[in-house]
Design a protein around this ligand. Sequence first.
Ligand code: HEC
Length: 127
Amino acid sequence: MPSARRAIALLVLSACFIGQTALVYSDDPGPTQLDATATRGAEVWHEQNCQACHQLYGYGGFLGPDLTNFATRGDEARLGAWLAAGPGAMPAFELPPDDQAALWAWLQAIDSTGVGQAREMSWWEYR
Ligand code: HEC
């Protein structure tokens, strides 16, 4: 009976579709929630116009380096040193300690979302 076979095929295809959809979306970590400190850090970032010279995820000015993954290669003391000294083409910033801590929380939150600049992948990272 063709209609019964059709119904079974439809059921199997629907089950495959639902199964695959569940698999794909269970992989999604969802949007990153910024805490109050990191949210303040984002404000400081914009108030001080850091994006005029720095990129996040490759977007922003290109006078300074991309800071998406600064938290991986630096720490808060190093951030403070850069802000206080303002070496080379970067101006010095006199920020209240709370704002500097907030910037650090923001840069850590950005860093935790992924890799900002394309790099060659090692063979074990392919999947
Ligand atoms: C006028 C452009 C300019 C602005 C505005 C600016 N920077 Fe920079 N920044 C630079 C440049 C250029 C460098 C690299 C300097 C060097 O290597 O001598 C740099 C370097 C840095 C570094 C070190 C990067 C690393 O990879 O080690 C940090 C951290 C940094 N800036 C943070 C900030 C933050 C936070 C702000 C906003 C409060 C800011 N910068 C605003 C130009 C700027």
